[in-house]
Design a protein around this ligand. Structure first.
Ligand SMILES: CC(C)(COP(=O)(O)OP(=O)(O)OC[C@H]1O[C@@H](n2cnc3c(N)ncnc32)[C@H](O)[C@@H]1OP(=O)(O)O)[C@@H](O)C(=O)NCCC(=O)NCCS
Ligand SMILES: CC(=O)OP(=O)(O)O
Length: 325
């Protein structure tokens, strides 16, 4: 297994960031918080009932009675006034821990947020998309997993990036090309090696016909046009993307086939099922969904996550906050 997590933890420790965990009622979050404090990975703010949360060395805030509740509500109402949000509605919205926590990040009272252990992805990410918006120069926010497996022959020593596994349900060819380019950038940022991006489908180099391979071929062309320096190829089936002997047969001459480390799935159905298959059958560590293209660090979790998964995503979030400085 690669040293990805250890590198993230080491970096997180080097300058502790403040991360907000809105799910104080979730036992895995509490277990993770204790580990994060013990390892010195981040300063934590946990949202919930202070009488029920007993973790030494963290700040506990109840959004309903928080000193900044009304200030955040006023700022949220101002941000969303074009969408028709009134102050009374904003006051109500700030009782919701995910909205309150996201406003903490927006207002600079926290450096990042991690949630989703007991909330759906839509409910976790909607506040971030509404409040924080896309990073400058970015059109689309998307979500990836870093998958750490013990299959050293695949990716970089068994580690790969899978996208989009969390956010964009049925991306267009243009959106898919944006996901590919953003994912390559994320790979470089977190792994420090050259990204080799496989645009996945059920077809390799047009071997099968259908709407999906056509979309994936178009997305690959668009990615080439937008980022000519990038090693990106498709359409590729998963075996052609990862296995050199299959690549030699199905996609000879490709600079990606047989050595891909970034896998871009054609839609969320494939991406979400795909990451869970690898996580459960291959016993991979799956860190994410990590957002790329959002203005400030907010990351999601699967409701199936473990406390250790939360620790990993918090470390990554802290590193994102450092990188944004
Ligand atoms: C996240 C999600 C809820 C957003 O869609 P929605 O609730 O219908 O909300 P909207 O489409 O109104 O979007 C809300 C805001 O986010 C923005 N937004 C939505 N998707 C975005 C994206 N991919 N990139 C950038 N901005 C985006 C919209 O522009 C909108 O901004 P505005 O309110 O300021 O105009 C939706 O994409 C979704 O359900 N995705 C699938 C999540 C999921 O179920 N995953 C499976 C498990 S991981
Ligand atoms: C990422 C994901 O699939 O989240 P959940 O399992 O909570 O739906």
């Amino acid at each position: 297994m690669s040293d990805f997590l250890e590198r993230m933890k080491k970096a997180a420790k080097s300058s502790k960031k403040t991360i907000v965990l809105p799910e104080g009622e979730d036992p895995r979050t509490i277990e993770a918080a204790k580990k994060i404090v013990a390892e010195g990975l981040a300063n934590l703010v946990i949202l919930g009932d202070p009488d029920k949360i007993d973790v030494e060395g963290v700040t506990v805030i109840d959004p309903r009675s928080a000193e900044k509740h009304d200030e955040y509500a006023a700022a949220f109402a101002e941000l969303r006034k074009k969408k028709g949000v009134t102050l009374p509605e904003a006051m109500e919205q700030m009782n919701d821990a995910t909205y309150f926590g996201t406003m903490m990040v927006k207002m600079g009272d926290a450096d990042g947020l991690v949630s989703g252990a007991c909330h759906s992805t839509a409910n976790t990410l909607r506040p971030a998309l509404q409040i924080l918006k896309t990073a400058p120069g970015t059109k689309l926010v998307s979500a990836f997993f870093i998958m750490c497996t013990d299959k050293a022959e695949y990716g970089d020593d068994g580690t790969l990036l899978f996208a989009d596994c969390g956010l964009n349900i049925d991306p267009t060819a243009d959106e898919l090309s944006e996901i590919a380019i953003a994912s390559a950038g994320s790979w470089e940022k977190y792994m420090g090696t050259q990204p080799k991006v496989a645009m996945l489908s059920f077809s390799t180099m047009g071997s099968a016909k259908g709407e999906v391979p056509t979309k994936v071929q178009e997305a690959t062309e668009l990615a080439h046009e937008k980022a000519p320096e990038l090693a990106v190829d498709g359409d590729l089936q998963l075996d052609a993307a990862l296995v050199p002997s299959v690549a030699a047969l199905k996609a000879p001459g490709s600079d990606v086939a047989g050595k891909a480390n970034v896998l871009v799935f054609p839609d969320l159905e494939a991406g979400n099922i795909g990451y869970k298959l690898v996580q459960r059958f291959a016993g991979a560590q799956a860190y994410g969904p990590i957002l790329q293209g959002i203005a400030k660090p907010v990351n999601d979790l699967s409701r199936g996550c473990s406390a250790d998964d939360i620790v990993g995503v918090v470390a990554i979030t802290a590193v994102q906050a450092q990188m944004a400085e």
